[in-house]
Each structure stands twice: as structure tokens, then as C-alpha cells.
Design a binder for this molecule. Structure first.
Ligand code: TXA
Ligand code: MG
Length: 333
């Protein structure tokens, strides 16, 4: 298959919308990461997304909408919490899980009775959804298991030849995927942490917001937790290189990275280091996935990453990705 490379011009977005309406696959920018879009109501199109990504087919997708009214076509739920979120966060990097209407194919939701919905904060994405005339199911536009793409060239590296088109938008502003918030129970529960933090959600909703147990556990006992968000159970975001996360006081972490780097280099290994400023949480979110991809492209054998504080909500979200990338390979100093 030849993948068409499109711009964000109106004519090109129209072309992309036609491809999606006809059951094809288009990668497009959002404010979080690039998505791989298909008509969410077209079973065959959705099935081909799984195929292009090489993704297990029980992993449900996020359905993207352009207008508040579109939500009513996807869920029968009437919940004041939905209104609060739509009014204060959408368009933005937050996905809500609600009960699904029967019209949404089980393929899209991985066989669940619920559906994940979000309105992305990207003019290109919103125009694409609007012009396609259907909700767009879109997982991140990477091969299953590899780091999420935050630049068009990252999408091309994974998807060229596997999908119909890529819209070349700029780099994604946020850099980590949306926060996933389950609103189907009495307690609003975060299934995947992201740029919109629990504190921010508590303020907006005026009630407690919990983290899914699987997120807060000791990584060493990860097997004890049964994730409610099916996406959490797969190998994720992994660079090709071996990766170790070093956790501890800032100076100790820097020393340990230096020490291990030297040893590995003496063994003839090529070593990459990822260390963000102490309070640079937004920058870390923005850069993390692209750093992993750049280090892989440089052919490093080992990546040493300094842990961020997970007391900050965004820091916690980045650490969730960092720990998975490293396969929970953590050293405390
Ligand atoms: O920022 C994002 O959310 C990006 C952009 C493209 O919008 N999309 C994204 O999709 O990250 P994906 O497929 O890589 O991640 C979807 C996450 C997975 O963890 C999945 O398990 C969870 O959302 N999810 C989807 N539907 C769900 C449902 N009905 N119940 C619980 N979790 C669900
Ligand atoms: Mg993904």
C-alpha cells in the first residue's frame, strides 16, 4: 500500500475525511499524540486499525468527536459529571468512559458495554471529524508496543505502507496520551493518568476522584492487579534498547547514572540518558516519547532514565509511561 502524505490544508483534510468515510485509515495529529483514525461505526474499518497496528483485538479504542451533541449519539448516559467535563475541559486531553449505545460495534469497544470518548483540542482533528461525518475511532498511531508518536515523522516510521494517509501536522503539544476517566460507577476513577490530573478533576467535579488500583500498586507486584483498562496489560512504549529507571534523591540519581554509564561504555555499549529538570513535568511529558524514539534511532544499547517525582500529577503520568517503557526495571538509590 502507498501511504499518501497530506498537509493540514482544508483540501487535504477533506481528502483525508473522504478516505475515512470510505472505510480507510488516516493518521492525524491531536494535542496529545498522533491518532490512527477510522470510522468508529464501521466494523471492517475498525478491524483494519487493529491489523495495521498489530494490536490484540480485545483492546478498546477511544472514539473522537467534534461537537458536544455527538456524545449523545454514543451514550444514553445523562450525568452532570459529563456536563462539567465537557464545559471545562473539552476540547482537551481527557477521555471519559461511559455506557455505549448498541449502534457502536463491539469491535470498537473491544467487546465492552462501555465506550471511551474524547474531543481533541486540535483544529485539524476537529475539522477531520466534522468533515468525515462520523465519530473517529483512533488509538495512538504507533505499532503496538512501541512508543506513542508525537511527531509526524514518528508516525511515518511505523505506519508508512500500512495505512492510506498521514496528515503532517506539527509536533503534539502535550506529548502523552489523554487521561482516561471512568464515569460508569459512583466514583469517578482514573484508568490512565495524563496531563489532566486527579486534583484538577476533583476541582471541576467537586467530588473525590480515585486512581484505579492497578495504577497505584507497587510495580514489583504488578501481576497482583487486574487492570480495568485493558490497554494497561500489554507491553507498552518499549524502546528497542534495554532501559533502566533510576529512582532516588536527585544528586544520587545523577551519580548513579554517571556510574552506570561509565561501566556500560567501558563494556563497549552505546548509552543514552534521559533526565529532566526537577520541576519540568510538562516538558518531560512533551519530550519523553520522542526522546525514546531518537535514542532508538541513534542505535543506543542502554537507556538510563532518571525518575521524576510522582507526587506531581503530571510527573505521575510520565512515570506511568517511563516504568512501562523500562518493563518495570527500576533501581532505587
Ligand atoms: O490521547 C489519546 O487518548 C490518544 C489520541 C490519539 O487521542 N489515543 C490513545 O488511544 O491513546 P489508545 O488506543 O492508545 O489508548 C486507549 C486507552 C487504552 O488504555 C484503553 O484500554 C482505554 O483507553 N480504553 C478504551 N476504551 C475503554 C473502555 N471502554 N473502558 C476502559 N478503558 C478503555
Ligand atoms: Mg497507545
Amino acid at each position: 500500500m502507498i501511504t499518501e502524505h497530506l498537509t493540514t490544508s482544508r483540501e487535504d483534510i477533506e481528502k483525508a475525511a473522504e478516505i475515512i468515510a470510505a472505510g480507510g485509515l488516516v493518521a492525524f495529529p491531536t494535542e496529545t499524540v498522533y491518532g490512527l483514525g477510522a470510522d468508529a461505526l464501521n466494523e471492517k474499518a475498525v478491524a483494519s486499525v487493529y491489523e495495521a497496528k498489530g494490536r490484540p483485538s480485545d483492546n478498546p479504542m477511544i472514539v473522537h468527536i467534534a461537537k458536544r451533541e455527538d456524545l449523545e449519539k454514543l451514550t444514553p448516559d445523562r450525568d452532570p459529571r459529563i456536563d462539567k467535563i465537557a464545559d471545562s475541559i473539552w476540547p482537551g486531553p481527557l477521555t471519559i468512559v461511559v455506557n455505549k449505545r448498541p449502534e457502536i460495534p463491539g469491535r470498537t469497544t473491544g467487546g465492552l458495554d462501555t465506550v471511551a470518548v474524547r474531543m481533541p483540542d486540535s483544529e485539524t482533528a476537529l475539522q477531520l471529524i466534522e468533515m468525515a461525518g462520523c465519530p473517529i475511532a483512533a488509538p495512538s498511531a504507533n505499532l503496538s508496543g512501541s512508543p506513542s508518536p508525537t511527531r509526524a515523522r514518528d508516525v511515518a516510521a511505523d505506519m508508512d505502507g500500512r495505512i492510506d494517509a498521514i496528515i503532517y501536522g506539527g509536533d503534539c503539544r502535550v506529548g502523552i496520551e489523554s487521561t482516561v476517566l471512568d464515569l460508569t460507577g459512583a466514583k469517578a476513577t482514573i484508568l490512565r493518568p495524563g496531563y489532566i490530573t486527579a486534583d484538577a478533576l476533583e476541582e471541576i467535579l467537586g467530588e473525590d476522584v480515585e486512581y484505579d488500583r492497578a495504577l497505584k500498586g507497587d510495580p514489583a507486584n504488578e501481576a497482583d492487579f487486574k487492570p480495568r483498562s485493558p490497554g494497561m496489560k500489554y507491553k507498552h512504549y518499549a524502546p528497542k534498547a534495554e532501559m533502566i529507571v533510576i529512582k532516588g534523591r536527585r544528586e544520587d540519581v545523577a551519580d548513579e547514572i554517571e556510574r552506570r554509564k561509565k561501566i556500560a561504555e567501558e563494556e563497549g555499549k552505546k548509552v543514552g540518558v534521559i533526565q529532566f529538570g526537577e520541576e519540568a513535568f510538562a516538558e518531560a511529558a512533551h519530550d519523553f516519547f520522542s526522546r525514546l524514539r531518537d535514542l532508538d534511532a541513534q542505535g543506543v544499547d542502554l537507556i538510563l532514565a532518571g525518575a521524576l517525582s510522582d507526587e506531581d500529577g503530571v510527573g505521575f503520568a510520565v512515570m506511568n509511561r517511563m516504568l512501562k517503557s523500562a518493563g518495570y526495571n527500576v533501581i532505587r538509590v
